[in-house]
Design a protein around this ligand. Structure first.
Ligand SMILES: *Cc1c(COP(=O)(O)O)cnc(C)c1O
Length: 419
């Protein structure tokens, strides 16, 4: 769903003109659409309505408390990768019992917090982690719910930094090792073997690898079954891609149908989890910034905007192409610009060689910025992190206010002898 459309030459978020938001909260800022977030989640829910499936929103793609609260109200479960994210889920009204804890290096404190909170499953990724979970479960005298995250050695066909299902990746364990882990786990009264998990990458635009991963995991569960190790649940991870430029990812319903086809054909008896992040949030958000200066050199035109790589790092981190549009369609002549920020790095850009009709003082939007945007922001160059705004129809709410300089510096201390 596209909640960001022009009306009378002015880009809107749902029914709110974006210049109104910029004037109210300043720039740079992120703007999210409630309608789009909910629509995308509902498409996953509807896609699996015929199956025992749980949609567990992947918190790391956009962890703003207001976004999590919307997901919780829809009845979403959650996929978390840290104790901090679990705290967010709880504060937003989400249920720990509907939450799975993923991640390759969970600390003892995080595992303890997850067990005490009663998460649905800890998706473990090594024998050492199994032993740590077991020890903590014994000390708390609790039964730890666990799943093993397998690495099926399948190429997700995506950017190397977000490809997680190849043998050389740090994620998951091989089927052979998983077998060893299950054999140990089922002997332990302080462990409850919930199921199996797989997640091979992010921004996947092909169904093939997802289906191959599912088939190979089903093969493996049949092998376990033959050994008397019965699982109840299969967590298929997230990773469905979105369109930023000219990618042609499957639609949410095509993705659900393809998975259902395999589950049905294979007569899979397991309940499933799906952990979408990007497919829910990416196109439900934009990044709003203002042009400070136009600078023309012998070789280039630069639009120097007030947002920077510390606010939105995807272009330089993943070499990601993100669309950039003016908020106000204006009669100024369009020119070719590199759209860059104020940070002292040549990697501080949002787009290169973009044809734009913009001038100093104008507002621009970077589209598709709802996922892996605000969550990856930092204070590099001692810049406050951007504001986040949630739009609901003709209303908007500041759901993350801009930090002030005291908040940024408060945690730092000068030892007295250096003063
Ligand atoms: C990151 C992640 C997801 C979500 O990935 P998206 O590409 O945002 O859908 C889901 N599950 C796990 C285990 C992850 O690490």
């Amino acid at each position: 769903m596209n909640a960001f459309l022009y009306r009378d030459g002015l880009l809107h978020a749902e029914d709110v003109p974006l210049d109104q938001i910029a004037n109210a909260v300043g720039t740079p800022s992120y703007v999210y659409s409630r309608a789009a977030l909910e629509q995308h989640w509902n498409e996953f829910k509807q896609g699996f309505s015929e199956y025992d499936a749980s949609i567990r929103y992947s918190v790391k793609s956009n962890s703003n408390l207001a976004v999590l609260a919307l997901m919780a109200r829809l009845g979403s479960g959650f996929d978390i990768v840290s104790g901090g994210e679990l705290e967010r889920v709880i504060r937003a009204g989400g249920k720990p019992e509907a939450t799975v804890f993923s991640g390759v290096a969970k600390s003892a404190d995080e595992i303890k917090f997850a067990l005490e909170s009663g998460v649905f499953s800890i998706n473990l990724e090594s024998q050492s982690e199994l032993m740590r979970i077991l020890e903590i479960a014994k000390s708390l005298d609790r039964r730890a719910p666990i799943s093993v995250r397998v690495n099926p050695d399948i190429d997700a066909n995506t950017h190397p930094y977000i490809s997680t299902g190849l043998r050389e990746a740090k994620f998951g364990v091989s089927f052979e090792e998983a077998l060893d882990i299950y054999r140990i786990a089922v002997q332990q009264s302080h462990l409850k073997v919930v199921g199996i998990a797989v997640h091979i990458g992010s921004q996947m635009t092909l169904l093939g690898p997802i289906i191959d991963a599912l088939e190979s995991v089903i093969d493996f569960t049949e092998r376990l079954d033959a050994e008397g190790i019965k699982l109840g649940h299969l967590d298929l991870g997230g990773g469905l891609g979105v369109r930023y430029k000219d990618e042609q990812p499957p639609t949410i319903s095509e993705y659900c149908d393809a998975i259902l086809e395999v589950l049905t054909r294979r007569g899979c008896p397991l309940s499933i989890s799906i952990e979408p992040g990007r497919a829910i949030t990416a196109n439900a958000g934009i990044f709003l910034s203002r042009v400070e200066y136009i600078k023309t050199t012998e070789s280039k035109n630069f639009a120097l905007v007030d947002g920077a790589m510390n606010d939105l790092i995807r272009p330089v981190l993943y070499d990601a192409w993100m669309d950039i549009v003016p908020i106000q369609q204006s009669p100024v002549e369009s020119r070719i610009f590199d759209v860059v920020g104020p940070v002292c790095e040549t990697g501080d850009f949002f787009g290169k060689d973009r044809k734009l009709a913009i001038d100093e003082g104008h507002l621009i939007a970077v589209l598709g910025a709802g996922a892996y945007g605000a969550v990856m922001s930092s204070n590099y160059n001692t810049r406050p992190k951007p504001v986040e705004v949630l739009v609901d129809g003709d209303q908007f709410f500041e759901v993350n206010t801009r930090e002030n300089i005291d908040q940024m510096l408060d945690s730092e201390h000068i030892p007295s002898q250096f003063l």
